[in-house]
Write a protein that binds this ligand. Structure first.
Ligand SMILES: [Zn+2]
Length: 589
């Protein structure tokens, strides 16, 4: 019986290894498979003693080769590890990392979106004889070891909205947020319009959340990971991946595949390598703060040591965020040094000044993260004026938070006065240069918009529509052809003549209101007041931060073809006299 149990255990281990390395034809895996098969065939004829002796040798071989396989893991093997049903899931973490938890926002299939799990969890710590229960809001994708209703951790927009809602609750309660990222990506956008907007909303709101946020990444795929990923400290599991796109998605683009066609395994493997998605890659590029080592071939629910390590790591990360923004730097570092290693109680709620500092630190962290992702060939002067304002704000931050951090209100006021004074100086000098620049390139300086114009209701001026004179006419309007609306089957739209549709009707179906894609120039010239556009950052250039093979060539070609250095255009403009700042993607150039 005992022998049988142990053989079964080896079978399970082999099956797991086959799942991870399966298609790779690895000689170690083949050897394990053969040796186990031989033993199982031989075992009935052996004496019990001999059977146990040989079994021990076999178990030793398994341990040895598992270690070896661990060293040979490719990025794609790691992708298979994090997607394996035996991979630890969020519920395992809630059970083993926290001392107590209650799921909120609905449970299992009664949840708004069972792929997004929310729980109020507690960490119990002792100081002397006193016991402290520290509350944390835990938010993350739940894969539930392959339960179908969990949808593999692919969250729908309302699941991400639920996550945001409970982040706000945590903010109100002044408790930290721990997020756990277990997603190949959010649910495909074609099926649920609004998925991208919801993620954008989460990012926007998370940037301003006034509580510490720690994120732990296991499978961080694309925008779905970002929906809960904007954190003060980001920890990555050593066998996880974190990438802008899944390797399959990248392979579909590389292989120019359409409509559900599957890419060749070789191409997927190649992309997994090129995407620099492992914990070490992400650590080297500064996208995550540190890596937490997992047991060989990845953490599974029975690895209790790993949960202990994870607990220590999320607790000390939360402590560090709090200590870093509290009080003066000298005392902070002292406190940190004193706390290193020992489990000492640190209160996690923040006062208003610490909250301000938290947001500032988070803002600077993500700005720094983006700095190697583009090329800045702007003239030294425009760069230095930006540098000046950055310098002044960091000086301000020093005065505000470090030097006078715990002093009286008076000092705070003084610091604010100093800041206001600096703003005037910076404002004056940059305004001066802006004026010079606009005189040089556009002739006239911008006029201030008067208050009445902003506060009174605008009237619809349909002169442009009636006259049929657009500032820019789509080249599609010059084609003599009939256009079929994609909603014809639903709304019974009649075919429309291209010059009407793309000319007078501005690309909007006159039967159902469907918007056909228009060129970016159409928006540029017809939406904003003529002559009001003032482009900024036009010198900032797209680069290839991942050093993805062949991407440089594609970028060069796109730059040459479009005459733009980057696919995003940013500009100041006016719409009927109201100033706006615009960022526009130029998709169809
Ligand atoms: Zn239509």
């Amino acid at each position: 019986m005992d022998i049988e149990k142990r053989i079964q255990e080896l079978r399970d281990r082999l099956k797991y290894i086959l799942d991870i390395f399966g298609p790779d034809e690895n000689t170690n895996v083949i050897m394990l498979e053969a040796k186990l098969g031989e033993y199982v065939a031989r075992e009935p004829g052996l004496s019990k003693q001999e059977a146990i002796r040989q079994l021990e040798t076999l178990e030793e071989l398994f341990r040895f080769l598992e270690k070896k396989l661990e060293r040979e893991l490719t990025p794609m093997n790691k992708v298979r590890i994090v997607r394996h049903p035996q991979r630890i899931c969020l519920k395992d973490i809630l059970e083993n990392v926290y001392d107590n938890y209650t799921e909120i926002g609905g449970q299992d299939d009664y949840s708004i979106d069972p792929s997004m799990l929310i729980a109020r969890a507690y960490i119990t710590r002792r100081r002397g004889k006193k016991v402290h229960n520290q509350a944390v809001m835990v938010i993350g994708q739940e894969k539930g070891h392959g339960q179908e209703f969990r949808n593999g951790g692919s969250v729908k927009p309302w699941g991400n909205a639920k996550a945001l809602h409970y982040m706000k609750v945590a903010e109100t309660e002044n408790i930290p947020i721990h997020t756990y990222i277990f997603t190949p990506g959010s649910y495909p956008i074609e099926d649920y319009p609004g998925a991208a907007q919801q993620i954008a909303k989460n990012l926007y709101e998370m940037a301003g959340l006034k509580v510490p946020i720690v994120a732990v990444i296991s499978e961080g795929g694309s925008g779905g990971a970002e929906a809960i990923g904007l954190a003060d400290t980001r920890i990555m599991m050593s066998h996880g991946y974190y990438s802008v796109i899944s390797p399959e998605g990248a392979a579909a683009i590389e292989g120019r595949l359409r409509g559900g066609q599957r890419a060749e395994p070789k191409l997927i493997e190649h992309c997994a390598k090129q995407l620099k998605m492992t914990a070490d890659d992400n650590r080297a590029m500064g996208f995550v703060d540190w890596k937490i080592n997992e047991p060989e071939l990845g953490a599974r629910p029975e690895h209790y040591d790993f949960f202990r390590k994870l607990r220590k790591s999320v607790v000390s990360s939360t402590d560090e965020i709090v200590l870093n923004i509290r009080g003066m730097r000298f005392f902070r570092s002292l406190a940190l040094r004193r706390h290193k290693g020992a489990d000492v109680y640190v209160r996690w709620s923040l006062d208003s000044r610490a909250k301000e500092r938290l947001l500032w630190t988070r803002y600077m962290k993500f700005r720094r993260m983006a700095q190697d992702a583009y090329l800045d060939k702007r003239h030294w002067f425009s760069r230095s004026s930006e540098w000046t304002s950055e310098f002044f704000s960091s000086l301000y931050s020093y005065f505000r938070y470090d030097l006078f951090g715990k002093q009286h209100k008076k000092v705070t006021e003084l610091a604010e006065d100093v800041h206001a004074e600096m703003q005037v100086v910076v404002g004056r000098s940059s305004r001066y240069w802006k004026n010079v620049m606009s005189k040089l390139s556009f002739g006239k300086a911008k006029k201030d918009v008067d208050k009445a114009g902003l506060t009174s209701l605008s009237t619809w001026d349909d002169g442009a529509l009636n006259s049929g004179k657009w500032q820019y006419v789509s080249p599609q309007a010059k084609l003599d052809r009939a256009v079929v609306c994609p909603n014809t089957a639903v709304h019974g739209c009649l075919d429309q003549w291209a010059p009407d549709l793309f000319g007078e009707w501005a690309g909007v179906c006159s039967f159902c209101g469907h918007h056909f894609p228009m060129e970016y120039q159409w928006y540029l010239h017809n939406i904003f007041d003529p002559g009001s556009i003032y482009e900024v950052f036009s010198e900032i250039e797209s680069t290839n931060p991942l050093k993805f093979d062949g991407f440089d060539l594609k970028l060069d070609e796109a730059k040459r073809k479009t005459g733009h250095k980057c696919g995003c255009m940013t500009f100041e403009a006016r719409i009927e006299g109201t100033s706006v700042m615009v960022a526009m993607f130029m998709g169809n150039q």
